[in-house]
Write a protein that binds this ligand. Structure first.
Ligand code: GLP
Length: 241
């Protein structure tokens, strides 16, 4: 794993944005996976700003989201679809046929997961995969205990996120929230991975991911098995290394 440290949040955002723009420049027809959350929001906005200042070719790139919340409408502001669309897809003028998402509502979630993974394979596989890190080590919605050979599948959210979404969408306890996530096996098959983590809250799990044993108890440790993974950290997330 290559570890890159940045000295400030602004430098972190700029460097991550630059990595993604470089991935497009290096392969204009790249298939690129994106993650939502507090860590990536400013990265996406930075990419949008750089595109406005100096447009680059986005006419062939395909973006997809690594996970999605289920049982909420796509229009909900916290749906991964809507977050990515507002933060990066629309600013980069990407049409719908080059923005692939798992559905928020599918009659057959397993079939939707299979179709999604197949659509990535049909486009030649994942060239660049940007991942965030949960404080319990989850990646996408692959929670602790998820096998490293898991395919794209329905999953649970972490409790804090589930509680927040339930509150924001006024979803009653009788309705099961949840998520769909790219599995760890297709993540491991991506040609290159960028894991981004910032803030003091991530420092303990960053240390476990990098220095602890490789175990499904800490899903992000699978990244140590990948031949081309870069971990980008700000100084606070790197504090315990
Ligand atoms: C959620 C998302 C993940 C993301 C993680 C980290 O669980 N499903 O894809 O990586 O949160 O989010 P944050 O950057 O807000 O800490």
């Amino acid at each position: 794993m290559k570890i890159t440290l940045t000295s400030s949040e602004a430098a972190f955002d700029r460097m991550a944005a630059r990595r993604i723009i470089d991935a497009i420049a290096g392969n204009p027809a790249a298939v690129i996976g994106l993650s939502t959350g507090r860590t990536t929001t400013n990265i996406h906005r930075t990419i949008g700003r750089l595109y406005r200042e100096e447009p680059f070719d986005t006419s062939r790139v395909t973006f997809f989201g690594v996970d999605e919340v289920t049982h909420v409408p796509r229009s909900y502001a916290g749906a991964c679809y809507t977050m990515l669309k507002n933060q990066i897809i629309d600013p980069l003028e990407i049409p719908d046929d080059r923005f692939l998402m798992l559905p928020t509502d599918a009659p057959d979630p397993d079939a939707a997961c299979r179709a999604f993974q197949q659509s990535l394979e049909d486009r030649g596989g994942i060239d660049y995969l940007v991942l965030g890190l949960g404080t319990n080590g989850h990646v996408g919605f692959n929670q602790p205990g998820t096998p490293f050979d898991s395919d794209t599948h329905p999953a649970r959210m972490d409790e804090a996120l589930e509680a927040r979404i339930r509150r924001e969408t006024a979803t009653p306890p009788s309705v099961d929230l949840g998520g769909l996530t790219l599995g760890i096996r297709p993540m491991l098959q991506a040609r290159r991975i960028l894991l981004v983590a910032k803030g003091a809250v991530k420092a303990p799990i960053v240390r476990e991911m990098i220095e602890g044993p490789v175990t499904t108890d800490v899903p992000a440790t699978f990244l140590r098995l990948h031949p081309h993974c870069e971990v980008l950290l700000d100084n606070e997330a790197a504090a315990f290394l």
